[in-house]
Design a protein around this ligand. Sequence first.
Ligand code: KG4
Ligand code: ZN
Length: 347
Amino acid sequence: MLILGIETSCDETGVALYHTQQGLLSHALHSQTEMHGEYGGVVPELASRDHIRRVLPLVRQTCAAAGLDLKALDAIAYTQGPGLAGALLVGASIAAALGFALEIPVLGIHHLEGHLLSPLLSDPAPAFPFVALLVSGGHTQLMEVSGLGLYKLLGETVDDAAGEAFDKTAKLLGLGYPGGPALSKLADEFFRSGQPNQFKLPRPMLRSGDLNFSFSGLKTAVLTLARKQPLTQQTRGALASAFQEAVVDVLTEKSLAALSRTGLTQLVVAGGVGANRQLRNNLCREAEKMGATVFFPELEFCTDNGAMIAFAGAMRLQVPETWNKKLDNTFTIKARWDLEMQDAAGE
Ligand code: KG4
Ligand code: ZN
């Protein structure tokens, strides 16, 4: 079966073709970061308008790259939520229109389900059950994943998401938007230079006894230190490194605690912060010590993309009770949507 995936929940238009036997056939992405960079953050109205401009050309490009016509499609999967309402509506309406024209099913996919299943696109892939650490710009969650649609929340951030904390800290260090990758690069360079770090930041909620996180205090701690001294390149590197180390330490310890609590031995890391090199290295090293294995999506599938939506759609398509079979040309979006409860609403 051939599935077209469409992702438009935030500032990336992602389109992909996934075949249940042949795997991922083609994918294309347009990132709006440059456009939003001018404003220091995502401007929802501009995001929606840009998705409208990009999505159909990307669909054509993806089909051409696979040498396939739209008529070959068996289903369409789109990101139904959570995300920016206007941006979601673009993907949802295009998916519904194509589904109507081609008389094929249209599946609404939870964006975070896309992220947490994305390591299954890699080889070797994890098998259910596993623990998933979802670390994106909007979410930081530990989930116990027993099967498709069977997600139990083990812990989450009580304030900023990890990616959000990276972006806000990067901004106050003058690294632009979105600054996560730039901050990480600066931190890695400082670390590699071998200089001693004069800064040490707290590890928020490390001993809280649960699997929750808090990251907003770290950003404030960096701000307080940055105001006390001239922001030289050396100071910025040291602060970036101290910040990254604190976030990585907490994410690593809580992920390992989640493995211990559940008795599971596979950890899946998904979402944009999963691209962070220090997090990847640290998690692998520490998990190995307790006999666990860590799985990451390919770097290009860590951040938002269409492949993870096409893949999640393909998985659901093969299990009829996990999707709604009505072909009535209506579509819905859910700007706020709890992953744990996603199948409870009967949609
Ligand atoms: O999953 P994603 O593309 O979008 C959301 O669904 O939020 O994640 C984007 C987030 C941004 O906050 C970005 O700064 C962060 O992931 N990010 C990183 C790195 N690459 C992306 N954070 C730290 N280190 C990185 N290498
Ligand atoms: Zn995402």
